[in-house]
Design a protein around this ligand. Structure first.
Ligand code: PLP
Length: 441
């Protein structure tokens, strides 16, 4: 018997009441997009999430990525609980900061020195400031469809217009501000390019290289689909930035501790100058890190470049980071490899399902982070090609999944954790079959 779609009465009552006190009833604009509307949750454990109506979901949103060990991971919670009575912040250092720095240094290829903060958005700002100070240049390159946080200077061309049929977009692209209230002047210092296009990058660096402080990229595009870099693309990006004296920043806020214990840079064998980490780093606790080359990072140490934050390196976040990274790195990264295998089994199950019902569902990405969308082509390699897919059908599929107890992110991305297992995969595939059937019935 197919499971009856869920009821959301309690969430609905919560939503109505919350709207009068909390803007949009949510505290992050990303959550406005929740299907069927922004739901209210009660608790979570392992791979499962429970809402206030008592509905239980196999959760592939995982807090938008942080839950790499699943929800409320025992080893992380225990480690944090042990320190709670010792105090949280000292306006000074504590020993665990050095332990974490050693761990980051050991596992992340680009990490010669580190700074720890609270959010990915802040780590990105620190990276850009450092790049400007280092090069004495002001502009930076970002790519269409990439997300680097919500601050004025980077919330640009995350979701720009797509080319009309027959239209060739200019190079560089016209930057698009994504929010009212953003300073229009940020566009003077940003160069927006299509991703996965080495020729475009080369052309622009050849003509404007002397003005560009940094190139910032998600090493695999995980904020628009889950798109791999073309073979050789990151290497070319590395060569071109080196040739022009430009700082290369990998924004590993999603890929970090997910595509590899040492991030995507370890997996792809390309070492940037600076990289940002957050999300999966602390198993659900708030933390971020900026790591990179010594000569760059030391500018913070001399005081020449400012990076500050009251909550930076608070004890619970640091202890949670250590427990998470140690769990992921143990036995040569066995836990992360196992999560990846679980995710790959789910990816191939979804592909088989799509083939068996003759629907153009595509499954793209990596075992621990993949995306589902509807298209007749496999040639989805950048923002523009992803946006040509059938996004209305994708949203209908996601809503049908949520209504039956499977919860990917509202962007069609599935995060898989070490807590997901074979039973979750089997149950997910049963529900996915029903959800696909509901689209065609
Ligand atoms: C690649 C990337 N960079 C930066 C950020 C911003 O991080 P935060 O939400 O912690 O500020 C995000 C958030 O989703 C991200 O995906």
């Amino acid at each position: 018997m197919p499971a009856a779609p869920f009821q959301f009465d309690a969430s609905s009552a919560y939503y109505d009441e919350a709207k009068s006190l909390i803007a949009g009833a949510v505290n992050s604009n990303v959550r406005l997009a929740g299907a069927p509307f922004p739901l209210c949750f009660d608790h979570a454990e392992g791979a499962h999430l429970f809402d206030i109506d008592g509905n239980r979901y196999i959760d592939y949103a995982l807090g938008m990525g942080p839950g790499i060990l699943g929800h409320a991971p025992r080893q992380v919670c225990d480690a944090v609980a042990k320190t709670l009575s010792q105090g949280q912040m000292f306006a000074g250092q504590h020993r665990a900061e050095l332990d974490l720095a050693r761990l980051l240094n050991r596992h992340i290829p680009s990490a010669e020195m580190v700074r720890v903060g609270m959010t990915g958005s802040e780590a990105v700002q620190a990276a850009l400031r450092l790049s400007r100070a280092h090069t004495g240049r002001t502009k930076f390159v970002k790519f269409e469809g990439h997300y680097h946080g919500w601050f004025d200077n980077v919330l640009v061309s995350y979701a720009p217009d797509t080319a009309k049929p027959g239209e060739t977009l200019p190079l560089p692209r016209a930057p698009k501000l994504e929010s009212q209230g953003q300073l229009p002047s940020v566009c003077d210092d940003i160069i927006v390019l299509p991703w996965n296009d080495a020729a475009a990058l080369e052309e622009v660096l050849e003509s404007h290289g002397q003005e560009i402080a940094a190139v910032i990229t998600e090493p695999a595009l995980c904020n628009t689909g889950a798109i791999a870099p073309r073979p050789g693309y990151l290497e070319q990006m590395r060569d071109l930035t080196t040739r022009h004296g430009i700082v290369l920043i990998f924004d590993e806020v999603i890929t970090g501790f997910r595509l590899g214990v040492g991030g995507a840079q370890q997996r792809f064998g390309v070492t940037p100058d600076l990289s940002t980490f957050a999300k999966a780093m602390a198993g659900g606790f708030p933390v971020a890190a900026l790591v990179g080359k010594r000569d760059l990072m030391e500018q913070f140490g001399t005081g020449a470049v400012n990076h500050s934050g009251t909550y930076n390196a608070n004890v619970p976040s640091i202890v949670a980071s250590i427990a998470t990274i140690e769990a992921l790195a143990a036995d040569g990264g066995a836990a992360l490899s196992s999560a990846e295998s679980t995710g790959e089994a789910l990816m191939s199950g979804l592909r088989d399902l799509a083939a068996s019902v003759g629907i153009n569902l595509k499954v793209q990405g990596y075992g621990t982070c993949f995306n589902t969308f509807f298209a007749d082509t496999d040639a989805v390699h950048d923002y523009q090609s992803y946006r040509l897919t059938d996004l209305d059908r994708q949203q209908a599929f996601l809503a049908a999944l949520v209504a039956r107890g499977v919860r990917p992110t509202s962007r069609g991305t599935w995060f898989v954790s070490t807590a997901h297992g074979d039973t979750d995969v089997a149950e997910t595939l049963t529900i996915a079959k029903e959800a696909l059937a509901s689209l065609t019935s």
